[in-house]
Design a protein around this ligand. Structure first.
Ligand code: HEC
Ligand code: HEC
Length: 203
């Protein structure tokens, strides 16, 4: 018991002394440098001033019309590709208005030059729910990948911007240390998820 109290006392002292850096007196008991309010954010300007034109420094989205933009490399193999072209007026996507479909549906791409919506988006991966006795359960084995081909676009894929997003020219002072690994050149700009969706899951 005494041991516990001692340890608690030690931890509490540590906590109080590290909080000391944040008090307004500017005095630092253990020489830890405190962080100024002004230097907390990534935008290096006075957040309390109305005078600076922060809008002028806002990131710009692509202004390239569809058909003139270049594909962006995938973030990882079979990641949802990012939208390389401008999207002004394309959002919001609503039940009655989804302009993405007018160019990206597989039967439209011959005339629009867009990348066809892949087969995965015309597949339902959700197992059926069945009633067994008075309980509900899913109609699938453990580890089984259920995939039902649909004749239409899956409703789960209708809201394109849930997964595909436009990109802006932002430079952020945080280094990205994620290491992308592709098994072949083609998967940097294309996907093959439909062929290998069971990989590593089903025996
Ligand atoms: C006017 C036709 C058109 C419309 C509308 C359109 N796109 Fe595109 N999209 C293209 C073309 C063409 C490309 C190929 C890049 C290029 O040439 O600009 C493309 C490329 C893409 C890519 C990159 C594909 C890849 O493999 O890297 C994505 C993702 C995409 N579009 C998503 C969308 C989404 C989401 C919408 C709706 C918000 C949309 N597009 C609306 C024509 C269109
Ligand atoms: C739930 C997330 C999700 C939604 C919603 C979604 N996608 Fe995708 N999309 C993906 C992923 C993940 C991939 C890459 C793997 C694959 O091919 O399925 C992809 C790939 C693509 C590709 C590249 C195909 C290729 O051959 O390289 C296009 C084009 C595309 N989607 C268009 C769309 C459009 C248009 C919509 C809306 C109608 C949409 N997607 C909705 C996740 C999504």
């Amino acid at each position: 018991m005494i041991k516990k109290v001692l340890i608690f006392g030690f931890v509490a002292t540590l906590m109080f002394s590290s909080c000391g850096g944040g008090d307004n007196s500017g005095e630092n008991t253990n020489n830890v440098k405190s962080v100024d309010e002004e230097t907390l954010g990534l935008i290096k300007s006075d957040v309390q001033s109305d005078n600076e034109n922060l809008l002028g420094a806002m990131p710009q989205y692509s202004t390239k019309a569809p058909g003139t933009a270049e594909k962006i490399e995938r973030s990882f193999e079979n990641a949802p590709p990012m939208i390389p072209h401008m999207t002004d007026g394309f959002f919001p996507i609503t039940k009655d208005n989804n302009i993405c479909l007018t160019c990206h549906m597989p039967d439209k791409v011959a005339s629009t030059g867009a990348v066809a919506i892949p087969p995965t988006h015309f597949t339902d991966y959700r197992p059926k729910v069945v009633k067994v006795g008075d309980k509900y359960s899913v109609d699938a084995e453990e580890g089984e990948v259920v995939s039902t081909k649909l004749s239409n676009l899956s409703a789960a894929r209708f809201n394109c911007s849930q997964c595909h997003v436009p990109q802006a020219n932002v430079t952020v002072d945080i280094k990205n240390t994620f290491d992308r690994v592709f098994r072949n050149e083609a998967s940097k700009t294309g996907s093959n998820l439909n062929d290998n969706i069971k990989e590593g899951v089903e025996k």
